[in-house]
Design a protein around this ligand. Sequence first.
Ligand code: NI
Ligand code: MN
Length: 227
Amino acid sequence: MTKLTWLSHGGWMIEKNNHRLLIDPFLTDNPTALTSADQLKDIDHILISHGHFDHVADAASIANENNATIIAIHEIAEWFANTQSVQSTVGMNIGGQLELSWVSVKMTPALHSSQLPDGSYGGEPAGFVVTIDGTRIYFACDTALFSDMKLYADNVDIAVLPIGDLFTMGIEDSITATRLIQAKKVLPAHYGTWPPIAQDANHWADRIRNETDAEPVVLAVGESIDF
Ligand code: NI
Ligand code: MN
């Protein structure tokens, strides 16, 4: 059994047996988070999509506490190693795939920006397609709608799309994206954290149900789906 948990905002945890992978953990100074960074134990890997504070804030402390490996685009992996004293990092780049013992990770493009909190260059923003036992999960991460999504995430089992608008695509474009990639299940992310990205997730779910072939799955913070 594999489990996908929403940590709030763009943060996710995938668990299988004794393996745990995080994506963009953001807990400190996050008004909607229910767990603190030091409550996350036995983390093996942390994927970072881009350099913005709401995606990198807690990664170094979690990595150092758990001897976890940070996986990110080359520039961000180097930044964690050189400025945040992270012992284990793997740099990759868009279009590349990384095989880990229990999961494979492909880095996909994202249409966004990616400066690190200290002003360092963070390379290009990214998303991920994570494959576990044949189940493909597309984490679009912070991005606008773009048609090449179809090339990377066609027919995925689960798509995690931002719906908050303002900094990423909003509800309207998430519906277009869901139709474009023909995802089987779709989960909303990157909304509700602060007033500028507030959204009605039930309204979003109704629209997904009525306007696409996908099944919407709205998780509360801390809630999981099994697959
Ligand atoms: Ni961002
Ligand atoms: Mn963000």
